[in-house]
Design a protein around this ligand. Structure first.
Ligand SMILES: [Mn+2]
Length: 436
């Protein structure tokens, strides 16, 4: 039996930014939500390094949140210290016997540069059992038409490595990647366990179809990039991040996976460990229905009803303070729009000036006019909400209903897959817009 811990998307250094109270978790050091991610990261490292018979830890990218496409700042000092502390703890508690394998994602890398914060802002060399792979390693492998893999002969385990690379950005890259990918195909009837580690997603064309496919020959595919913990096929898994980053991710699970593979049968047993359960704060989207006849006072009462639930004797606490997003919907006139913005700005100012009373970290809001939705009922907002629940199941029911009316012989599962792919592609555009 081979036991592997699969983690990804830790995003150390992430800070909630928009509409947050100006408070520290640790004075002049770290911000509230940022600190919570550090605490949970160290807790997870402690937990996994005490696991019995652990063979490998794989981390599938985005260890650091920064730099990112929109920001060239390096990871903040507390993020670097947390990783250092985490790895020190891990290698100490495992007596340096367990390899920790990391591939870079799209976060925590300087776009366009060959070095990453792992090299410029962190001493990875001091860890003898840390294996590290970045985009440059992948490009070199493609150029020399050789595999990018890592073999452990005693344990008979082979890892195929796919750090984040936008191979679809240019046709010449796509062709080169297409040709090279055959180098990453595991041998047939091999007595090794073959595992792929990839940072990428089928939804935004950053995961190659062959890696995404069940037929390429991997016994397990450990994925990073999508922030929800989920299986995408019988042996393809995302672990998600440690905690939800934004209001879209609140409705997903996050955690890590304990993967057991039988060396003979290659049978897979995946144990999900949910970390988002540890979240002690209220983190939610609050819906408020509006109508033109509502007075400012009526509206304020509705909002304050939600906020009074956050009044505590102890006041602000970085571990439990709420992150709230108000969604105002209904018939929104210009006047109503102005009224809501004015009201919310004032309420937020007042709440944030009383941290001894309100335990609230973030208040943001969104206003959507019902008439826009009526005119265009496939507006992004609606699809997005639809996606959040159980997209595959709901979409399947929808297609089923349509096809039953239609009385033709379409393949329901195929159509569902096509539809899901189309929706995911459409959502790509929206996912690129950061929402916090
Ligand atoms: Mn990513």
């Amino acid at each position: 039996m081979v036991k592997i811990i699969h983690m990804a998307d830790s995003h150390l250094g992430y800070r909630a930014r928009r509409g947050v109270i100006n408070k520290w978790a640790i004075e002049n050091y770290s911000k509230p939500y940022e600190q919570e991610i550090y605490d949970i990261f160290l807790r997870v490292i402690d937990e996994i390094s005490n696991l019995k018979d652990l063979d490998f830890v794989v981390h599938c990218g985005d260890m650091f949140h920064l730099p990112s496409e929109n920001s060239s700042y390096p990871p903040p000092e507390p993020a670097r210290r947390t990783l250092k502390e985490g790895l020190n703890l891990f290698f100490k508690q495992t007596n340096e016997k367990v390899p920790f394998i990391y591939i870079e994602g799209n976060h925590g890398v300087f776009k366009g540069y060959d070095y990453t914060p792992f090299e410029s802002h962190f001493e990875k060399e001091i860890y003898p059992n840390l294996y590290y792979f970045k985009e440059r390693d992948l490009i070199n492998a493609i150029k020399s038409n050789s595999p990018l893999s890592l073999e452990f002969k005693v344990k008979k385990v082979r890892f195929y490595l796919f750090p984040y690379f936008e191979f679809n950005a240019q046709e010449s890259y796509a062709n080169a990647y297409d040709n090279w990918i055959e180098q990453q195909r595991p041998p047939k009837n091999d007595n090794y366990i073959n595992i792929a580690l990839a940072h990428g997603s089928n939804g935004d064309n950053t995961l190659h179809n062959k890696v995404y496919s069940d037929d390429f020959g991997y016994d397990y595919v450990a994925l990073g990039h999508e922030h929800g913990l989920k299986a995408v096929s019988k042996n393809h898994f995302y672990t998600g991040s440690l905690l939800p980053m934004n209001f879209k991710e609140v409705y997903e699970n996050q955690g890590y996976l304990i993967v057991d593979l039988d060396d003979k049968s290659k049978n897979l047993n995946v144990n999900k460990v949910f970390i988002n359960n540890l979240l002690k704060r209220r983190f939610e989207v609050v819906s408020i229905d509006t109508n033109p006849s509502q007075t400012s006072k009526d509206l304020e009462t509705l909002i304050m009803n939600e906020l009074t639930a956050c009044i505590t004797k102890e006041g602000f606490d970085y571990k439990t303070s709420a992150r709230l997003k108000f969604n105002f919907s209904g018939e929104i006139t210009f006047e109503k729009n102005w009224q809501i913005n004015e009201l919310m700005s004032r309420i937020r100012r007042e709440i944030f000036s009383q941290p001894e009373k309100y335990n609230i970290l973030q208040i943001i809001w969104n206003i959507s006019d019902i008439s826009e939705q009526l005119e265009d009922d496939i507006s992004a907002g609606i699809i997005e909400d639809f996606i959040l629940e159980k997209p595959d199941e709901e979409f399947r029911n929808f297609v089923n209903e349509k096809l039953t009316e239609d009385k033709t012989n379409f393949d329901l599962n195929k159509l569902t897959n096509f539809g899901m792919q189309a929706i995911k592609k459409a959502l790509r555009v929206m996912e690129k817009q950061p929402e916090e």
